[in-house]
Design a protein around this ligand. Sequence first.
Ligand code: NAI
Length: 378
Amino acid sequence: MTKLKWGLIGGGEGSQIGPAHRLGAQADGHFDFVAGALDHRADMGRAYAQRLGIAANRAYGDWREMLAGESAREDRVDLVTVATPNSTHFEITKAFLEAGFNVLCEKPMTVTVEEGEEIVKIARANGRICAVNYCYSAYPMIRQARAMVRAGELGNIRLVVTNFSHGHHGDAEDADNPRVRWRYDPAMAGVSGQFADCGIHALHMAGFICDDHVTTLSADFASTISSRVLEDDAMVNFRMSKGTVGRLWTSSVAIGRQHGFDIQVFGEKGGIRWASEQPNQLIYTRTGGRTEIIEKGEGGLHDEATRLSRVAIAHPEGFPLAVANIYCDLADAIRGQARDGLPTAEDGCRSLAAVYAAVASAKDHGAWQEARPPMFRG
Ligand code: NAI
């Protein structure tokens, strides 16, 4: 099997998500890291790319130079990852898709719903893969949870409850730190703060496990640190198309919660619980039965969970290998074997519509709002 060629935009030295992409893309030997425009400072980006082993003529100063350079090559990259700040995702993703490249874009895929719809249309029209990095959905035990729901093991799903609440922006004295402040500034972050940053992972996860999508929602936003324009805490009630009731809490001021992402799914025949801080385990209770722990790596799991697990039972794989699972699915899809769980531009677009619905609801004292993008209504 020939290796695929991979390029990265953003994810420069010191960035938060860059290392997870580099580890993830290369973990299973599917991709060679051959091109990059890694930093908004051209010289820093070129130098860092070369220190990571990229040839000088593919260590680009910016993404436009990379688009021109890669488009002109016969051995152009098979996949481009966009891991820059949110406001740049749309123009970079659009340009590479239009030039015929496959793209993995960081979340949120775009800043507006209209841009999200445009990306979906471009990807459909030219048959390119456009995935969005909802990487938590690629943990083996989340794939197990989705397979259990699909197999009817929980019966009809009545209720899903999810939290993505941490306390790392809870220090009011640190609120003016530039690395923190931009997330609550509409000029930098867009229309939503914490909900668009972390809440959309939880909302995507609810739809992913339940094999459904959000149709309507009601939101209450709060800026508990008063200097913040955008919300640092949100409670969102939602409904999904099959009637499932959803509850979501996201916060960045929940001091003492560390990563703080968890989800519970309650069906007619039983319930399951998963938390990102113990990602190897799925807690399962049948109606009227004892609670059991389903462990990554044990026998009898659904194929999707087994396929995306590498090391033996009880050995943690963790976040970078969840990202690696996204790259495994992408490699398969690029080679012609479409993978059902891979988060797509459609998912990215649905998330944006939910963000805008939540903002509108919060401004209207929690009034329920349509949460589907126009292109997915009716
Ligand atoms: P960061 O601020 O730590 O790093 C951004 C990097 O992009 C820097 O190296 C910067 O120099 C580079 N950059 C900025 N503009 C650029 C441009 N025009 N061309 C090339 N490089 C450019 O940001 P962070 O936290 O790594 O976030 C990046 C993206 O990843 C965001 O969209 C964020 O929402 C997403 N993210 C996703 C996570 C997930 O779990 N899927 C987790 C953390 C971030």
